[in-house]
Design a protein around this ligand. Structure first.
Ligand code: ADP
Ligand code: MG
Length: 272
C-alpha cells in the first residue's frame, strides 16, 4: 500500500459519458476503492437509477432503502442515507434505488432543480470537515443521459472524468458531451473542468484499440491518463460478488491498472 498525496480540499469528480457500457460505473467504484485502499477517504454517490455502483460496492439498495433519491428529490441529508462499504473502512456510498427512475420528471417542478445535489453535498462536506472527518474525494456516477440528474452531477462537481471505451465510435457523441459541459460551465458552474480522460477496455492485441487510444491522446493530450484499463474478465466478474476488483482479485491486471490510475489521479492533483 503506497500512501498517496491528499488533496488540499475535497475533489468532487463527476464520471460521465452519455454512452452506456463504456465503463463509467466500473471506473467510479474501482478508482474510489483504489484511492480508499491507499489512505484516502472517499464517497461514491450513485446517481444512476440502475444502481450498478451500489451493487458493485456491496451496499443495500432495495426499494425501501434510504437513498440519493431522498436527497435529490426529498429533503434528506447525505449523512442520513450514507452507507459504509463492507470492503474498505474509508469508502462510503450514497446508494441509488429504483425510485430514482422517476426523479428526472419529479425534479422538473422543484425549486433550484439543478442545484439540489450541490446544496446537499456542500452541507455534508462542511459538516464532515468541521468534525475532522474530511473526505478527500467524492465520485458521482452518472446515468447514460444528459438529463437533470446528470446536470445535478455537473453542478455539484469541480471535475469531470470521462471514461472512453477503446472500441468503435469511441469519439462519437463526445463533442456533444463537451458542448453540454461548456454550457453548464457558462450558466451554472464556472469552475467545472474536464480534468481526466480514462481509456477503458483496452485490448493491446487489436489495431482498433491502439488506434482509438492514439486518437484520444492526440485530441486530449493533457487530460488522458497514462494508465489504460485493460479488458479483463476479473473486472466484469467482481460486481457479481458485490465487490470491486481491487478486493475481488487484487493482483489481477485489471485491479493493478485501476490502482495505478487512482495513483495517477492523486499525483496529478486537482486542476487549477
Ligand atoms: P457504464 O457505467 O458506462 O454503463 P459499466 O462500467 O457498467 O459501464 O461497464 C459496462 C459493462 O462492461 C459491465 O458489464 C462491466 O462489468 C464491463 N466492463 C467494464 N470495464 C471492463 C473491463 N475493463 N474489462 C471487461 N469488462 C468490463
Ligand atoms: Mg453505469
Amino acid at each position: 500500500i503506497d500512501t498517496l498525496p491528499k488533496p488540499a480540499k475535497t475533489r468532487v469528480i463527476t464520471v460521465s459519458n452519455q454512452k452506456g457500457g463504456v465503463g463509467k460505473t466500473t471506473s467510479t467504484v474501482n478508482l474510489a476503492a483504489g484511492l480508499a485502499r491507499n489512505g484516502a477517504r472517499v464517497l461514491v454517490i450513485d446517481l444512476d437509477p440502475q444502481g450498478n455502483a451500489s451493487t458493485a460496492l456491496g451496499v443495500e439498495h432495495r426499494a425501501e432503502t434510504a437513498s440519493v433519491y431522498d436527497v435529490v428529490v426529498g429533503e434528506s441529508a447525505i449523512a442520513d442515507v450514507l452507507q459504509k462499504s463492507p470492503e474498505f473502512d474509508q469508502l462510503f456510498c450514497v446508494p441509488s434505488t429504483i425510485h430514482l427512475a422517476g426523479a428526472e420528471i419529479e425534479l422538473v417542478s422543484l425549486v433550484a432543480r439543478e442545484q439540489r445535489l450541490r446544496t446537499a453535498l456542500e452541507t455534508f462536506l462542511q459538516v464532515t470537515e468541521a468534525e475532522d472527518r474530511r473526505f478527500d474525494y467524492v465520485f458521482i456516477d452518472c446515468p447514460p443521459s444528459l438529463g437533470l440528474l446528470t446536470i445535478n452531477a455537473f453542478v455539484a462537481a469541480q471535475e469531470v472524468l470521462i471514461p472512453i471505451q477503446c472500441e468503435y465510435y469511441a469519439l462519437e457523441g463526445l463533442s456533444q458531451l463537451l458542448r453540454n459541459i461548456q454550457l453548464i460551465e457558462k450558466h451554472l458552474n464556472p469552475v467545472l473542468t474536464v480534468s481526466t480522460i480514462l481509456l477503458t477496455m483496452y485490448d493491446g492485441r487489436t489495431n482498433l484499440s491502439q488506434q482509438v487510444a492514439a486518437d484520444v491522446r492526440e485530441h486530449f493530450p493533457k487530460e488522458v491518463l497514462t494508465t489504460m484499463i485493460p479488458r479483463s474478465v476479473r473486472i466484469s466478474e467482481a460486481p457479481g460478488y458485490g465487490q470491486t476488483v481491487i478486493s475481488y482479485d487484487t493482483n489481477s491486471p485489471g485491479s493493478v491498472s485501476y490502482l495505478e490510475a487512482a495513483a495517477e489521479l492523486a499525483h496529478r492533483g486537482a486542476p487549477n
